[in-house]
Each structure stands twice: as C-alpha cells, then as structure tokens.
Design a protein. Structure first.
Lengths: 514, 328
C-alpha cells in the first residue's frame, strides 16, 4: 500500500485504495439494530451512491462516519490507518465533512462566517482576521462559480445558495471526503445541473464523495460506484457501469417493485369540501375549489407558489383574511387546528420532524394525541384503549418498530411519517391533506404510500395531495390544481392533464390571457 | 401496507415494573431513606413524632406550589413570581382582615388574588407571546412591590382566631391540616398529570409545542390553565403560611421561588420541559424537608443550609450525566 502523503492534492493517490473504509460497523439503539456489520468504501476522485429504503441505515452510517455516533463494533480506516472518531471534530480533522438534507448553517451569520465557523483565520492575539476571512471566502466562492457576497447574511439567501455556502464550507476545510445527503431535494432543475458540475469538479480534485439520493436518474448521472443497504445490513456494492435501475431496486427492497401507480376506480361521491374566495394578505388570493368524497385532488406548483400556505390556512394554522370554507354544505369557521380536526380536516405536514411527530413521546401517545376524547372516559386516560387504537392504525400502515411505547424519535423518517398518518386516520377524518407525502422517502415506501392513498380514497375519504413530483401528480390525481404566485393558475382534468400542461401553468409559460 | 405484511407490535418493550426499577424516583427514594437514617443517627431528637411533624412544615407549603410548577415546567414554561404572589395574597388578606373580614371571606380573597396573579402572567405569556421567564421576573418585582407600597415597614396581624387553623391546626394526633392538604394536593396533581387528557397534552406541549398544535391541541389554552393553577396554588400556600405565622410582612416567603424550582428539578422534572413526574416531586419535597430539618437539629446556620441544598441540587443533576459520560 502506498504511504499516505500529507498534501493538499489528493489526486496522486491511487484510485483503488479507499480514502475512507468502514467495515463491520454495528450500531444499536434501544430496541432497534440500526446497522448490522455493514461496510462502506469511498475512493478518491469517485462518487459513491449510498442507496437504501427509509430505515435502511443510511443516516446512521453518515452519523457514524462524521463522528456524531460511535459504533458499537467495527472499524473505520482513513487512508488505510485505523482511526476512532470520538466526536464530530475528530472526523472533521480527518477531512470528512457532510452537507445535510436540511443544511445546518446559521441564518444570522454572514456567508463568510458560515464558511469559516470553527476554523476562522486568526490574526494577532488570536483575534479573527476578518479581512483574511473575507478574502479566502471570496476565493472559495469563485472556485465554485458562486456569485455570493461574503458579507450577505445567510437568512437573505435562497435554499440553493445556502447549499453553495455549505459546499464552500466543505472546501474551506479541504475535505477529502464530502458527504452529500439528498443535496438536490429542494433545488430547481437548473440548480441541480449546477450542482452536478460542482460534483464533477470535486471529483477532478481527487475528493471522495458519498452521495445519498432517492432519485435514480441522479444516481446514474453522477455516481461511479454504489453501495446498497437494506434493513441495516450491507446488500451489495460495485461499479455503476455493471448495474441497471432494476438491479438496484431489487437489491434495495429485496423483491421486484411495481413502479406503476395503483389502479383506481374513480367514482367520486358527493361534495365534502368547498373553498370560496380564500385570500391571505401576502401568501395567496382568490383560491376556490371543491372536493368530493373518494377523490384525490393534486395540488401542483413550484416551491413558493403558496400551496402549503393555503393548506395550512384550511387546517387553521394561519388565518385567511377573506373567503369561506364549506364542509358537507355548511359554512365552518376554522380558527385553529383543533377546529379543523373537529370538522374532519387533517393535515400531514411536509416538515415531519418539527410539525408532525412529537419526538420524545412514545408511538402510541403520538397516535392517540388528537383522539384522546375517543379513548378516554370523562377526561381520564384509558391506556388499554389507547394501545388498541394505536395498534389498529399502526399495523394497518405496517409500522416498523420494536414496541408501541418506543419513542418516535428512534424511528426512521418513513416510519415517523406512518405514525403521523396513523394519528390522523384514527380521528376518522373526512378530508386528509398530505403535503409532499413522499418527499425524501425511498421507492418501496413511496409505492406503499401511493397504494395507501388509493385505498383511503376508495373508502370514501377525500384526499388533497400537495406534490412537486410530476409522475406522482399525474399517477395519483383525479384532478389537479396548479398554483403560481399565490393564485390558481389552472385546474386540469382528463386529457388536459399532461406533464407539459403542468409545467406550463406552473411556470406561467405561454399563457393565453382572457 | 396490506394485511399480509402486517406485524404484531407489542405494547411495551419493558414492563412498567422494570421501568420503575431504573427510575429517577427510586434513586431519589433511596436518597430520602439514607438521609432519614443519617439524621436519626446524628441527632437523638430526630426520631420523635412531634419533631417529625414539625419538620413537615419545612416543605408542605412550598411543595403545594411545586406540584403546579412541575406541570408548568414540563410544558416548557416557568413562573418565578410565585413567592411574590404569596406576598401580594397575604397583603390582600391582611388588609381585608384589618377591615373586619371573616375567615371564609379571607380564604376567598386569598384564592381569588392568587388566581388573578396567575391569569395576569398567563395572559402576558399566551396572548402576547412573551417568554415566561422574563414576564415572571417582571411580575415578581411588581407583585412584591405592590405589597411593599401598601405595608412599608408595617405588618398586618389582626387575623381572626379561627383563621389560625390552616397553618396551626391538627386533624388528629401529630397529623397537621397542612400535611393532609399536601397529601390531597399530591394525589390531585398526580391524577391530573398522569391520568388525564389534560396531563397528556402538557407532556406533548413540552416535547414539541408546534407538533402538539398541529395535532389539534389548544396550546395557548393549556398554558393559560397552567399559569392559573400555579397562581391558585400560590394562593393556597399563602393562606397556610399567613395562618401559620399569624402576620403579614412584605418580605414574606422571600426566595421561595428558587426553592420551589429546586424541588421540582430535584424531583426529576426536566428544566427543558417534556418529562417529569409528581411522585418525583413528592419525594424531592421530603428530601429537602429532611435535610433542612436534620441540619437544623444539628444547629447548622441557615446560610450553610442553603449552600448544602445548592450543592445537593447540582450533584443530583450532574452525577447521572457524569455517570453516562464515564460509561460511554
């Protein structure tokens, strides 16, 4: 083996010696074995895609190699030498850095401060050398073609620019391993292309990249190698050139997955919800639509078109300034989520961690939280009935957990989503609003969510699905509302519902003005 | 997703008994027993029914407030004005007594003033969205300040004779009225926190107020109720304390807010909210009462006692953490 050279340029290292190698890594949490003897190798100048369903152990391995978790067993080698990361600082010192799904940056600090936080250049007396910091920030930003002013506060930047700052931060520590955890989840098409170019540049500089994504087109576009996890175990790894999409899917789920959307008999019943002239001072205006029992209404639009805001107003989080809501023909005033739930409207938010599950509380208590009046007697809890209700709905959703009294925080993202959905189904709602229900979840869970939505609609529930994924919108919806800049740009149905019409209305291209 | 793949989920990973064995409450109970034994070895006067009965007055009034405070802290809020509420309540009762009010009216005035103070704190926190620690530091000065303006250097002493029962009466033998009231409050708050929907929503709010709101819980209303309860319990404590002392000065119960918070935290309630239990607070009340009483019997001066209580609080919080760091 070549001796590792302490140099800024890692390219000369032979590409077949992994710069980072994890082997036999095992990590358990109370009741869950998150990782069971897995291995992962990252090579200089190559992109390795880490693929797996939700709960496969992807986040756990990332936290292990960035020093946040310490493995119960197994070995980590950096450039062939065994190491132990006692903390995130240790991993950073070894040149490993991660860019997370939701970037972990500081909104109140400037771009330059974010890039250099924790390792700012020091001048005399150990004070921060601001001029040097700005200069170096400008250099790094120029290297990635990011036209950002180092003095801009981060809160003034969009999500794509924040990603650039995160990448600049990775470059500033001269990382030899860059972990990208679903970096494209919130980016537009153009921004994704720019990210690909950046990844290519990082590759050419000899850095090893671990790329986590659920999007296969992306993986095939930029990855050189793959590693697949399933249920906390290593299933396979190799060169991307040797596999096709079907192979990877088979490895991920351990079976062939039907990627076709479920067949549905469309038989909408009577109108259950009608929204008239809904308006908000800043977010949306003149929103009107109706919804029938057994119908799935898709709501499509670009990020920031006001879709979630309308849904949160329906759910009583924000107050509309004008307009009315009719449920089963009667006008209802919804001032709070409690009112919405009482009127049969429930909302599965996009932000599961903050708004969905109450982390720190057991699964069964999360499920019964809005249904306590059902399971209790005169305000007194009845645990047996709570467990029964929680079991009925979590088992229906095939929740993967050790026990019903386990903290939801110990579940994977997909399983937390199932707990949130179970919570709402237990209230026996009339209208369920799902905000980006399959965002960031893998193909297997996605198909399961789709099948489940179809099942709910067949049982007579009215479903509103907010989604940014065109195949999902087309595959699931009976009818689609397209929103743009806070207004309904179009309502599409039948033959008018095509990828082109969706994109055209969402972006406002070639609009016929009446 | 379908019934074919459904798996059976057990209710619990551990039996409730196994959980109890690892609980903070059990550890604290061990500490209480150790202090009890140490006290009885250190002083020959300790194991005396009347002395022990007297000792309960060290904690009964504070513990009544601590129960309500525990709920408030679990929900992620705090009320530092409780001792000032006692001063204001006591002053209001003193003024009424001086004007010739009878015992039933004094009790009503006491409870009403406590509720009003709690409502004032609660409105500022839930309606204006102000942080409770700031609001109640403000009302702490406000309530006691009003009491100072009314009383100055003076004191109210003209309480009717039957008013003395609340703080000096005995239900039977050595069992004081206050001790019985303490027991009833402990039971009531145990049921409220651990056995009702209201208590469940308190935990949900403390763990994640946003998700609780998104789950249909009326977060503002629950928090307001908790401030009301804390005000009410401060009123109850003020009645007992005023009755026991037989007089009202504006400096009454000064420094109690920190002792109440200490009791709550010692009882295993997370200062960050989201977890805790009433049995823990009950045991913590006994621990604090036994320590102060034991040290008192040994003629340890008050300031040394507060040093001791401070050290005890820091060590019970630090030791479990050090233990975890050492193990992992």
């Amino acid at each position: 083996m070549q001796p590792s050279i302490a140099s800024r340029d890692y390219a000369p290292q032979t590409a077949d010696v992994p710069v980072l190698a994890l082997s036999g890594i095992t990590k358990s949490f109370p009741g869950v074995k998150a990782l069971d003897g897995v291995s992962l190798e990252l090579f200089p100048g190559q992109v390795t895609a880490l693929i797996g369903e939700n709960g496969a152990g992807k986040s756990t391995i990332v936290k292990t190699l960035t020093g946040i978790y310490q493995p119960d067993a197994g070995e980590i080698r950096v450039a062939g030498k065994p190491v132990r990361f006692a903390s995130a600082q240790d991993a950073a010192r070894a040149g490993i850095t991660a860019i997370h799904q939701e970037t972990v940056l500081f909104d109140e600090l400037t771009v330059a401060e974010n890039i250099f936080i924790g390792h700012a250049p020091r001048g005399r007396f150990g004070m921060i050398d601001w001029a040097e910091m700005r200069r170096r920030a400008r250099d790094i930003l120029a290297r990635i073609d990011a036209e950002l002013d180092p003095d801009t506060p981060l809160r003034d930047l969009g999500i794509a620019s924040k990603h650039l700052v995160a990448i600049a931060r990775a470059l500033s520590v001269d990382a030899r391993v860059v972990v990208m955890d679903e970096p494209t989840a919130a980016l537009s098409h153009k921004e994704i292309e720019e990210l690909y170019e950046l990844v290519d540049r990082l590759k050419s500089e000899g850095r090893a990249i671990l790329f986590i994504s659920h999007k296969f087109d992306e993986i095939f576009r930029i990855a050189d190698r793959y590693t697949v996890f399933r249920d906390g175990a290593h299933v396979g790894s190799g060169l991307m050139a040797d596999v096709d999409e079907a192979d990877l899917v088979r490895m991920m789920v351990g079976r062939d997955v039907d990627q076709i959307f479920p067949d549905r008999v469309k038989s909408p019943g009577e109108e259950v919800l009608k929204v008239v002239g809904y308006a908000h001072p800043t977010e949306f205006d003149d929103i009107g639509f109706s919804l029938r029992r057994g119908e799935i209404l898709g709501v499509y639009g670009l990020v920031g078109a006001g879709r979630s805001e309308v849904m949160q107003a329906l759910f009583g989080i924000t107050r509309p300034s004008k307009g009315a809501v009719k449920i089963d023909g009667a006008i209802k005033v919804i001032r709070s989520p409690a009112d919405a739930v009482a009127n049969g409207i429930v909302y599965v938010p996009e932000d599961r961690g903050k708004q969905g599950a109450v982390i720190g509380m057991p699964i069964f208590q999360n499920v019964t939280l809005p249904s306590l009046s059902q399971t209790s007697h005169r305000g007194f809890l009845r645990l047996a009935e709570e467990f029964a209700l929680a079991r009925r709905y979590t088992e229906r959703l095939d929740l993967r957990a050790a026990a019903l009294d386990q903290d939801v925080g110990n579940l994977s993202g997909g399983n937390q989503q199932k707990v949130v959905i179970a919570k709402w189904l237990a209230t026996q709602p009339k209208v369920i609003i799902l905000d980006e229900p399959t965002k960031g979840i893998d193909i297997g869970s996605k198909a399961a969510v789709h099948a489940f939505m179809a099942e709910l609609a067949a049982e007579g529930l009215a479903v509103i699905m907010v989604s940014s994924e065109i195949p999902e919108v087309l595959g699931m919806s009976d009818r689609v509302i397209v929103m743009r800049e806070g207004l309904i740009a179009a309502e599409l149905e039948g033959d008018a519902l095509t990828p082109e019409t969706l994109v055209r209305h969402a972006a406002g291209i070639g609009e016929d003005r009446p | 997703m379908s019934d074919m793949t459904a798996r059976h989920l057990p209710d619990r990973l551990q039996s409730p008994a196994a959980r109890l064995l690892q609980s903070w409450e059990l550890l604290l109970l061990g500490l209480a027993i150790a202090i009890f034994i140490a006290n009885s070895l250190a002083s020959p006067y300790f194991l005396n029914a009347w002395n022990l009965s007297d000792a309960t007055f060290n904690f009964t009034e504070k513990a009544m407030i601590a129960f309500a405070m525990a709920l408030l802290i679990i929900a992620g809020e705090i009320d530092l004005s409780v001792a000032a509420i006692i001063a204001l309540v006591s002053t209001a009762m003193g003024a009424a007594a001086a004007a010739g009010a009878g015992t039933p009216l004094l009790v009503l005035i006491g409870l009403g003033t406590g509720l009003a103070c709690g409502a004032f704190n609660g409105l500022l926190v839930t309606r204006l969205g102000l942080p409770s620690i700031v609001v109640t530091i403000g009302t702490m000065s406000l309530f006691r300040g009003v009491s100072f303006i009314i009383l100055g250097d003076g004191a109210y002493r003209s309480y009717p004779p039957e008013f003395a029962y609340f703080g000096q009466g005995y239900v039977g033998w050595v069992i004081s009225f206050e001790f019985v009231l303490f027991g009833l409050c402990a039971l009531a708050y145990y049921v409220l926190l651990h056995r009702t929907n209201f208590g469940r929503s308190v935990f949900a709010i403390g763990n994640n107020a946003t998700a609780a709101q998104f789950s249909g819980i009326r977060v503002g209303r629950v928090k307001f109720m908790l401030f009301l309860l804390t005000g009410l319990m401060s009123g109850v404590a003020a009645i007992c304390l005023t009755s026991r002392l037989g007089s009202t000065r504006p400096s009454i119960a000064s420094g109690w807010e920190l002792e109440v918070v200490t009791m709550v935290v010692l009882g295993g309630v997370s200062i960050l909210g989201g977890s805790g239990s009433i049995p823990g607070v009950v045991i913590a009340a006994f621990v604090m009462g036994l320590v102060t009483f034991g040290l008192g019997l040994l003629n340890v001066p008050g300031i040394v006692m507060s040093i001791f209580i401070g050290l005890m609080l820091i060590s019970v919080i630090a030791v479990p953490r050090l233990w975890r760091m050492w193990r992992g």
